[in-house]
Design a protein around this ligand. Structure first.
Ligand SMILES: [Zn+2]
Length: 350
């Protein structure tokens, strides 16, 4: 037998072991009740003599219920046994800590939502584009609570080009905001800045939207949305993030992994946990909607002044190179290694 054949056989055996309806193991049969049990002496078939630990899943010790080992655990155990590296996979065998961890979701993992170009319109602009008395139609609800992709689209034109079929995102907003990828902005010939959605002070104008009832020329509101992580209020603690944080996430297919820096955390009611990327950055990272990303670092939001950034050994080396000192009382936290490095470089002050 080849290695592949052994592996395939192991999987087949494991599948049969895990199959609740398997007839491979004999089905236990219930004994017939005796005609006349002795009073005060519970009959064997009453169930009272059986411990509950095999039936009711016990949360104690985080162990799996004994009667139903997880399929990946059986496969892993069977593979080990086949390679003579572990005990035979008995149905009562449970996964080791490491194996169990591998089958669970990483707690700092989030789903990705990729945003194609779209436009949020004010009620007034919507009326100008689609006509008096018209309302937005819901084509598809999106992951963020209360928001939807509308059935209506508009054409956007700039100094250099046009984009047809730009989807309207509902509901209507106070100010019209056209969200483009950098490629879209280049195509239209507008210099759209990368800003947090809703912060339109630095946004660009010079794009005309055209609907069936009329045109609206935007004097502002054209942006490239800053990559951001929506966080539902209940998820902040487990993800280790707070509103306004700047985080880095790792994502992408094996062999082409990337790290996305400068991801702004937007947490609060009305947010569902999801990383939002535009089409350009999603393509560059090789990801699509539904793929996963892992939060790998967090730095505080300096503007909010609540959190102290963490200095690493590398940061300390950088400060030393610039002739700066590092203190135990500075507006930052240091890793133990960073503290040692600062001492070694002679830039540490107690
Ligand atoms: Zn978003």
């Amino acid at each position: 037998m080849t290695k592949e054949e052994v592996a395939r056989l192991v999987e087949l055996v494991a599948a049969r072991l895990a199959d609740a309806n398997s007839t491979w193991l004999p089905t236990p049969t219930r004994p017939e009740p005796p005609g006349d049990p002795t009073p005060g002496n519970l009959p064997a078939w009453s169930g009272a003599a059986q411990g509950l630990s095999d039936i009711a899943p016990s949360r104690r010790g985080g162990a799996h219920p004994k009667h139903r080992p997880e399929y990946p655990a059986i496969v892993a155990a069977a593979r080990q046994a086949a390679a003579a590296r572990g005990p035979a996979p008995m149905p009562s065998g449970s996964a080791s800590g490491a194996q169990r961890a591998a089958t669970q979701r990483t707690p700092r993992e989030v789903s990705i939502g990729v945003s194609n170009r779209h436009v949020h319109v004010s009620a007034r602009d919507f009326e100008a584009l689609f006509g008096k008395g018209k309302t937005l139609s819901v084509q598809r609800v999106i992951s963020q609570p209360g928001q939807f992709a509308a059935g209506e689209t508009v054409m956007a034109s700039g100094p250099k080009g046009k984009l047809e079929g730009v989807r309207i995102a509902g509901p209507a907003r106070g100010a019209t905001q056209l969200e483009l990828s950098p490629s879209d902005a280049r195509h239209l010939g507008v210099d759209a800045p990368v800003v947090v959605s809703g912060k339109l002070e630095k946004s660009a104008g010079g794009v005309t939207l055209e609907g069936p009832a009329g045109k609206v020329t935007l004097s502002s509101g054209v942006i490239v949305a800053q990559r951001h992580l929506h966080v539902a209020p209940g998820d902040g603690r487990s993800l280790g993030v707070a509103d306004g944080d700047r985080v880095a996430l790792e994502t992408g297919p094996s062999g082409r992994r990337v790290t996305l820096h400068d991801v702004i955390v937007r947490m609060g009611p009305g947010h569902a946990t999801e990383l939002h990327l535009d089409l350009d950055e999603a393509n560059a990272a090789g990801v699509k909607t539904g793929d996963k990303a892992i939060i790998i670092a967090r730095s505080g939001a300096p503007a909010m002044g609540k959190r102290r950034p963490l200095l690493t050994e590398r940061d300390v080396a950088g400060l030393a190179a610039r002739g700066e000192k590092v203190s135990a009382h500075g507006p930052y936290l240091l890793t133990p290694a960073a503290r040692d490095r600062a001492r070694a470089l002679g830039i540490w002050t107690d």
